[in-house]
Design a protein around this ligand. Structure first.
Ligand code: IPE
Ligand code: IPE
Ligand code: MG
Length: 265
């Protein structure tokens, strides 16, 4: 009886996979490849809830989330989306239990160890934004290695927000500008939006066109505060580990149905 139950469940997953692929194929047809966002940002949220709902440890949710990241990077490469920024660890996430913080840092290390060769092979430039020097040295060194190895790649940029906070980024930019003013290299009148932007962590990247937040929360949780002034938002209740091809295509199609006005008509 137990065996039968397992077989029914396996059959269900198998069918779901086939139907999922079919749905994705239909969605692909709706996608206008000439009007894709240049920069997509994602708050990779809901790993814990995904695991809890299945009676699994949160760690497995974070692991399943890494698979979603792999899928989304592959899709960006295939579709020609130039920049993907993912929120992996916020400056507020240090408040979590020590074991979870350690696990997340270990997973970051593991992700780079496992993925770097393939990312490099595919022409992905890996970058990171945040207060990286405050990361545990093992994780930090791995991030630096990934950035060095892939520095000359130009097919796509995978920008990982690590120990990142939008307010912190604005404060850090302000400090740099204040330092220039203190040294007499800059007059306060010269501080414009453009100059300010040049002192952000990734000054050369365009602002995100689309910000995706899975897992049902309707907030930005201190992500890219400066850069999202005119970004389109897409929220879904689907948890990040379940956010795969179909979900990403749905987000892109939703984006394509918007009219961006930037304050104009
Ligand atoms: C996102 O998933 C991962 C990080 C914040 C690093 P969560 O761990 O926040 O998952 P939930 O929100 O508890 O479900
Ligand atoms: C945002 O998710 C940070 C990351 C996904 C890295 P959180 O789970 O930390 O956000 P809140 O606490 O629900 O706002
Ligand atoms: Mg969360």
């Amino acid at each position: 009886m137990k065996k039968q139950g397992r077989q029914v469940l396996m059959g269900f997953f198998y069918l779901e996979k086939i139907f999922g692929k079919q749905r994705a194929r239909k969605l692909r047809k709706k996608l206008d490849r000439s009007r894709l966002p240049k920069h997509v940002a994602i708050i990779m949220d809901g790993n814990g809830r995904w695991a809890q709902r299945r009676g699994l440890p949160r760690a497995l949710g974070h692991r399943a989330g890494m698979e979603s990241l792999r899928t989304v990077v592959e899709l960006c490469l295939e579709l020609g989306i130039q920049v993907l920024t993912v929120y992996a660890f916020s400056t507020e996430n240090w408040k979590r239990p020590q074991e979870e913080v350690k696990l997340l840092m270990d997973l970051l290390h593991e992700y780079i160890q496992n993925e770097l060769d393939e990312l490099h092979h595919q022409g992905v430039q890996v970058r990171a934004v945040g207060r990286l020097n405050e990361l545990p040295s093992r994780a930090w060194q791995e991030v630096v290695r990934a950035m060095k190895v892939t520095a000359a790649n130009s097919k796509m940029t995978l920008n990982i927000a690590l120990n990142y906070g939008g307010r912190g980024e604005i404060v850090d930019a302000t400090r740099r500008i204040a330092e220039l003013a203190r040294k007499g290299k800059l007059h306060p009148e010269e501080i414009t939006e453009n100059l300010f932007q040049e002192h952000l962590y990734a000054a050369d990247l365009p602002d995100p066109d689309l910000l995706i937040r899975p897992a049902g929360e309707l907030r930005v949780s201190n992500f890219l505060l400066w850069q999202i002034a005119y970004t389109e938002f897409y929220f879904t209740r689907v948890n990040w580990p379940d956010f795969r091809e179909e979900e990403f295509l749905l987000a892109l199609i939703s984006y394509q149905n918007r009219k961006r006005r930037f304050g104009g008509l």
